[in-house]
Design a protein around this ligand. Structure first.
Ligand code: 0X9
Ligand code: ZN
Length: 398
């Protein structure tokens, strides 16, 4: 889906979400839910915010855009009002960087600063460029000259999930400014790309807060963008991805057709595979392990027991931080979706290591428009989860 956005004579104006409501709709079968979600993704006046089990969160400017006779509750009455309220709150944080959602340039500058302030850390200016000619930057820190293992963390694959890049930045900043992480960084290399979908992210700041995909021009279609989390080369093209450029889950023309996903694949080609990978998303408070392309009843990875035990500890560490509950489940239990970064990093990127998707806060009160006051607490709980994973990787490689 995409709401129609008309360019003004000289410049595009910002999409207003005034009059848009997010409904949580209950379905009587997965088939009916799937049909409604697929229809919504192709409907200009409907936007799927998320779905799981037998319910879906859908944002519409009229309930007429939803199937009739649905059992629905209102999650967010007026999206624009909610966003305005959420963003108006003033926030005081020890580091002002985490008092608001930052723009691409400011995130890049901060990564440079972190790299120059931490001994041995290296700023990676570009692993490739986006269609909008933005550099996809990253950082490598820790591990000295001979790391025992590497962990790769990634943020911002989906443009509107602002808490994702903010959380990767919070983790990087905390690791390099606290003595507690020294034993980890002495031995482990951490590689991070905090903002993979740089074009989409900037577009959510300038034009449409609820944009999800990248901003590539699709040849033969007037619809823009590919869902970067359907474009990876593991079971690419399968269920849960769309062949329509107008869908929010459009998979692209082939695996790694997109500059962003191809840049990450090329970056890791020929390097020692990372032992673990986390892709940060929002929202839902979910800890998701492989597979995402098939249900656990159809088969689970050989390292299932190990990964399940680690993710259980990660979820417990999150709970112990601010009391937040995250699930511990297979990605496909949320819904089957093929071509995800997590499945590729499981099979290829980490060569059978630990590959996770974490859906950060919240559970739907604000959804993607999580207030800036929640950047630090979300970062704090995610940091604890990361430390559990890092200590596990260390214990396996020490
Ligand atoms: O659908 C997605 O890409 C992720 N959820 S989100 O609401 N952030 O868009 C979940 C991806 C889980 N992984 C796979 N299904 N492979
Ligand atoms: Zn996402």
């Amino acid at each position: 889906m995409r709401f129609l956005l008309f360019a003004g004579v000289a410049s595009a104006f910002k999409q207003s979400y005034s009059g848009y409501t997010v409904y949580r709709a209950d379905f009587d079968s997965v088939e009916n839910l799937r049909t409604a979600v697929a229809n919504c993704e192709l409907n200009d006046s409907c936007d799927v915010w998320g779905y799981s089990g037998l319910h879906a969160d859908m944002c519409v400017n009229s309930s007429r855009a939803l199937p009739a006779n649905l059992n629905m509750s209102v999650l967010i009455k007026d999206v624009q009002d909610m966003m305005d309220q959420a963003m108006k709150q003033t926030v005081l944080t020890a580091d002002p960087f985490f008092s608001k959602y930052q723009r691409y340039d400011d995130i890049k500058t901060k990564v440079q600063q972190i790299a120059s302030s931490y001994p041995g850390a290296v700023f990676i200016p570009s692993i490739g460029q986006t269609a909008g000619k933005r550099d996809i930057f990253g950082i490598s820190l820790g591990g000295g000259s001979k790391p025992v293992a590497t962990i790769y963390i990634q943020g911002g694959i989906h443009a509107r999930e602002w808490i994702s890049p903010a959380t990767v930045m919070f983790i990087l900043n905390s690791l390099t400014s606290s003595e507690d992480a020294k034993h980890i960084l002495d031995k482990l290399q951490i590689v991070a790309v905090p903002l993979l979908n740089a074009d989409g992210y900037e577009y959510t700041h300038t034009n449409d807060r609820m944009w999800r995909k990248n901003r590539v021009v699709n040849s033969g279609s007037s619809c823009i963008g590919v869902d970067l989390n359907r474009n990876w080369g593991d079971h690419w093209g399968g269920p849960g991805s769309s062949g329509s450029p107008c869908s929010d889950t459009y998979r692209g023309t082939k695996a790694f057709s997109e500059l962003e996903s191809a840049a990450v694949k090329d970056f890791w080609a020929g390097k020692t595979p990372p032992a673990a990978f986390i892709d940060f998303h929002s929202y839902g408070q979910l800890m998701l392990r492989p597979y995402g392309w098939q249900l656990p009843g159809q088969g689970v990875p050989p390292n299932e027991a190990e990964v399940k035990a680690v993710t259980a500890k990660m979820v417990a560490a999150i709970k112990a931080t601010h009391g937040m509950s995250y699930t511990n489940e297979h990605a496909a239990e949320l819904y089957v979706a093929c071509g995800g970064a997590d499945d590729w990093f499981y099979s290829e990127g980490t060569k059978g290591g630990i590959s996770l998707t974490i859906e950060l806060r919240d559970t739907g009160s604000y959804g993607f428009a999580l207030p800036p006051a929640q950047i630090v607490p979300t970062g704090e709980e995610a940091l604890q989860a990361f430390l559990v994973l890092a200590n596990h990787v260390l214990s396996q490689h020490a």
